[in-house]
Write a protein that binds this ligand. Sequence first.
Ligand code: FAD
Length: 459
Amino acid sequence: MSESLQILQQQLSPQASISKSTDPLFNTQRWSECNSATPGAIVNVASEDDISNTVSVKWANTNNIPFLAQSGGHGLYKGLSTLGANGILINLRALNTVKVDATAGTATIGGGTLTHEAIDAAQAAGTHIVTGVCNTVGVVGALVGGGLGYLLSVYGMGLDNMISCRLVTATGEVIEVSAESNEELWWGIRGAGHNFGIVSQLVVKAHPWINRGVHWKGMLGFAGGESDVERVVTAIQEMGVGKNMGLSILIARLPPMMGPMLVVFPYYVGPEAEAKVAYAKLLELNPMINRCGEIPYDKVNKGHDPACLKGRRKPTFGIAVRTLDVEKMKAAWREWEAFTTANPEAMGSTIIVECFDTRKTREIDPMETAYSWREEDFHMLFVPMHTDPGFDTTALSFGRKLRDSFKTEGKAAVYVNFAHGDEDLGEIYGSEERLAKLRDLKKTWDPEGRFSFYNPIPV
Ligand SMILES: Cc1cc2nc3c(=O)[nH]c(=O)nc-3n(C[C@H](O)[C@H](O)[C@H](O)COP(=O)(O)OP(=O)(O)OC[C@H]3O[C@@H](n4cnc5c(N)ncnc54)[C@H](O)[C@@H]3O)c2cc1C
């Protein structure tokens, strides 16, 4: 590959660079080391032209070199690790500009932008944009799959807030994709976007601030145990997650004692007085940790930063469900507690449940985008965490067993960005009608299957 990399270098902008696997600073670390690719080189692109020239017939296509774009490096899908030494990683991180036009109500976001960069720019402009709840996740990677976050209850999912994008296709051509331009592809980009190209630029809605950009967030810690699981899940069911609300649940062993804990992070898009009424049922449970208060919108994800750190092995499994079954949650708690007690090396393993008010999401016709799971209110992640590759088999069977325990009639529904890689296509993309449309799009836009390292639709 070395010779052809020299040819590529000549076609890149002066700001771009190529790092070979033999370079001392070569770094392919991802959120989970299980998914780290072992490419022959990393191409650090600095412009849309750089992406196009790398992918195009002038280079990767002609030389038949596999490629994979990377922004935040948080992808969970196990197939990401299959990019080998004959392939290249296209590092998009330099494409991280965010321009907010508050008057027009739009934000133009570079393809390699991270969540906190987009939120910071939106906050500075007096606006809100819909992103995920992890600061270091790439905005585009999250949104083209769905984009679940705390503002979902007010504005709908991230993908429902997308207006248009510039896409470098499998041949290196640059096209505009929106409701007016390449409309069929626009359907597929929203829900299965990783399959059709590299987004160099995304335009999304930027909404005027609510409560001057100050919202409310809590951290409610319970000692855990089956009785606390029951109390918390029942309270959430009775309370309902309604207007302006969204919450996540974390089951983890937390420092300093590393004792088992169940932590709820309730979020409210608005002032404290309203939040306390909305979350009264949870607050009444007298949690042993109760840290709640108003928080500027650009600090909302900060509490999740430790869970978003890169490194360690985290072969994660996800599933989406319509209701949170108390008995299944209690059984999951038992399983997790036994696993983390028996395996101190995997003490950092967690269960995460994200829950948002999806009424806004359901207002959109289910067939209007490629995203399939608008009725599913709860998105669960089972995250085994360890460092020893020799422990992978044990970790995998723990994560899989927990995920499978929430299946309905042996089937899962899973948000594409939370898929492990052992699901069948219908479990990720939904009905046969949807799959048929996606296959047609794949045949048209990526007949060679260049974008095949992340939940690929077979050609
Ligand atoms: C700790 C953690 C927290 C998360 N929280 C949330 C959340 O709150 N909400 C949510 O919706 N999701 C969440 N996710 C899932 C997340 O949305 C996906 O993992 C997403 O794909 C990550 O994007 P990335 O750029 O960080 O990862 P990468 O691994 O860099 O990319 C993942 C995939 O997206 C592709 N991709 C990246 N950038 C582009 C681009 N510009 N154009 C085309 N394809 C691109 C890559 O090629 C790859 O196939 C979370 C994941 C983790 C690990």
